[in-house]
Design a protein around this ligand. Sequence first.
Ligand SMILES: Nc1ncnc2c1ncn2[C@@H]1O[C@H](COP(=O)(O)OP(=O)(O)OP(=O)(O)O)[C@@H](O)[C@H]1O
Length: 299
Amino acid sequence: MNTAIELTELTKTYGNRRGLRGLTLQVQAGEVFGYLGPNGAGKSTTIRLLLDLIRPTLGAARVLGLDPRADAVELHRRIGYLAGDFVVDGRQKAGECLAFLGNLRGGVSPHRIAALADRLELDLSARIKTLSKGNRQKVGLVQAFMHQPELLVLDEPTSGLDPLVQQTFLDMVAEARADGQTVFMSSHIMSEVEAVADRVAIIRDGELVALDTVAELRARSFLTVRITFATPVRAEDFADLPGVTQVAVDGSALSCRVDGSPDALVKAAARHTVTALRADTQDLEELFHAYYTGAPSAA
Ligand SMILES: Nc1ncnc2c1ncn2[C@@H]1O[C@H](COP(=O)(O)OP(=O)(O)OP(=O)(O)O)[C@@H](O)[C@H]1O
């Protein structure tokens, strides 16, 4: 079994509002898959469909080769799930709650729970209702990871975590991957997904707008180049160069966008005396912002 999650034309309509439209994608077993999108894009809807917490209007999902509806009991045992709105009984102590959830999953060693709690700096003796949002999120993370499931489905797992704990979480994801577990995690923050994911899907308004490896997405980013010359230059000298667009000249200052190799631009610039040069790479965060808003640079 090489496909951990297979979604085919998955659609969820809420009344006349579409939560998700015709989503088709596959997550390979053993990969970390980042699922990105702005608020309301349909990330939680997708995740709830995987867990059979809601049912699709159209289309189908297969998870670990099984049907989320018919095989729900088996799947819930084999998946580690962290809900975006993770809630448990606040009167329980964190340790009691985790031991209870561990028993529901066929028993989890107290050492394993203690080791995860220690790593995340979670106080197992504290009552859940007294915990801060971030510490409650840690309870959610421990319960998702503790039984070493084949598949981790994590909805906004880092929400409320401070940067140090976020890093610990990313380490845990990398280790899960090294152990052969599959991770499907949603986020609206590119940088955290970029750090651990093999592939990334971006959804906007319930539709898939990009799906690629992190490396490929990075290769799609472009340079913004600004060159200052000793004497005024003409825009026409730079306008038709391969990969060079958005050429603007103001006296002796040139700015343009370069997609791919900057070789042609460098050679054209070398015909003049260059006094300053600055090239900024568009980072992935900007690229994602462009996807989120549907701006042309994402095309
Ligand atoms: N139970 C519901 N009833 C009606 N509309 C819903 C329901 N759940 C979700 N929606 C709508 O479906 C769309 C997708 O919502 P969803 O919660 O999946 O987004 P999300 O990407 O997880 O966003 P967030 O990051 O804000 O949680 C939104 O427009 C939302 O208003």
